[in-house]
Design a protein around this ligand. Structure first.
Ligand SMILES: NC(=O)c1ccc[n+]([C@@H]2O[C@H](COP(=O)([O-])OP(=O)(O)OC[C@H]3O[C@@H](n4cnc5c(N)ncnc54)[C@H](O)[C@@H]3O)[C@@H](O)[C@H]2O)c1
Length: 338
């Protein structure tokens, strides 16, 4: 069976997902696209074998020619499209964020709970990265004892001037926040933000780097370093410290070059290069689940928790205070998989 997917939002990541749905993954084809920029949608559809262009997202979701939907439009539009997919009973892969406010995420949770089944997967692709998966397995096996600390570093070579300090929390650190929840199996209970000496490479309005301190619900601590003008490459680092050992992401380069009295390897240029395999595995997992009428992966609950923690992070950034995180009770629909 081939899953006919409609893609809403054909900007940078929308086009990247269309490329993998069309050329990399199995059992799926892009049957429809739409974008508020219809010319862009038409031009993207023109390069596909047989994709319809719809005038808007609601039409695409309602079409009988669309089995499942990828939402890759800007974050503020996600709620509307995810709710429409749930109402139509169609599986939806929603790029992060699930929605931009806690209230919007609440409405999505309520809709899924009322529907009685999970239809939404959120694009936290790090959960499909081999390195993080192996780290999680090591932690779950007890090899390092109980996890006490998780150190995460998220370094970008540079960012456009439009990026704000709050944006660093919401758009950059959101991945580290989800990773902390995934690796440690605990919720975030409180957030503080520390502001180190600013990089001279950063725009004058930007607090770069910044450090989040996340108190986890079981007492473990997570530190997240976000440094978005680091220059040397896109470098993602992570280490969990347990009672009797540690487990860390290895460098991702496949070769080591030795010359001139030194040695070195390659650092990815950007997130697409670093996580290319994770995106492929993530979307194939969604396609396989959707084709079999199942749900999988990061749920609407995970999207909700990430948005609430990001909100607390933004508040902590501006107030300088420790901000407690209060989550609603987790509906039984989102009980962790055994
Ligand atoms: N998981 C990841 O690592 C990752 C990486 C990049 C982006 N993202 C997320 O993907 C989403 C898109 O990011 P991007 O970088 O591709 O942005 P982008 O600006 O390149 O593309 C967004 C597209 O959405 C379209 N759009 C805007 N409003 C719309 C509407 N109401 N209906 C339909 N289309 C609309 C725009 O015209 C544009 O084509 C964001 O939510 C972003 O956070 C996730």
């Amino acid at each position: 069976m081939t899953l006919d997917v409609g893609v809403i939002g054909v900007g940078m990541i929308g086009q990247d997902h269309i490329r993998r749905l069309t050329h990399v993954l199995a059992g799926v084809r892009v049957a429809a696209v739409t974008d508020v920029d219809l010319d862009r949608a038409k031009s993207v559809a023109g390069a596909l074998p047989d994709a319809q262009v719809f005038g808007d997202g609601a039409e695409l979701i309602g079409s009988d020619d669309v089995d499942a939907v990828v939402v890759a439009s800007i974050g503020s539009t996600h709620e509307e499209y995810v709710l429409a997919c749930i109402a139509a009973g169609k599986p939806v892969f929603c790029e992060k964020p699930l929605a931009t406010t806690r209230e919007a995420c609440d409405r999505i949770l309520d809709a899924e709970v009322a529907a009685g089944r999970r239809l939404t997967m959120v694009g936290f692709m790090r959960r499909y990265d081999d390195g993080y998966r192996d780290m999680r397995e090591v932690i779950a096996s007890g090899h390092i004892g109980a996890p006490l600390l998780f150190h995460s570093a998220h370094r970008n070579p540079s960012v456009p001037d439009a990026v704000t300090s709050a944006g660093m929390v919401v758009d950059t650190c959101v991945h580290d926040i989800d990773t902390a929840r995934y690796l440690l199996g605990a919720e975030v209970a409180a957030v503080q933000v520390a502001k180190p000496r600013r990089s001279s490479r950063a725009a004058s309005h930007l607090q770069d780097p910044l450090v989040l301190l996340l108190e986890m619900s079981d007492g473990a601590l997570t530190t997240v370093e976000a440094a978005v003008n680091i220059g040397y490459g896109y470098d993602i680092r992570g280490e969990v410290v347990g009672e009797i050992g540690t487990v860390a992401l290895a460098d991702t380069n496949r070769i080591v070059l030795r010359r001139d009295g030194g040695f070195g390897g390659r650092i990815p240029a950007d997130w697409r290069e670093r996580f290319v395999r994770a995106y492929d595995v993530e979307l194939q997992a969604w396609v396989d689940a959707a084709s079999n009428g199942r749900s999988t992966g990061p749920s609407a609950w995970d999207g909700y928790a990430a948005t609430v923690v990001c909100d607390a992070g933004v508040e902590a950034l501006s107030s300088g205070q420790r901000v407690p995180v209060s989550l609603r009770d987790r509906p039984a629909l989102y009980a962790p998989e055994a």
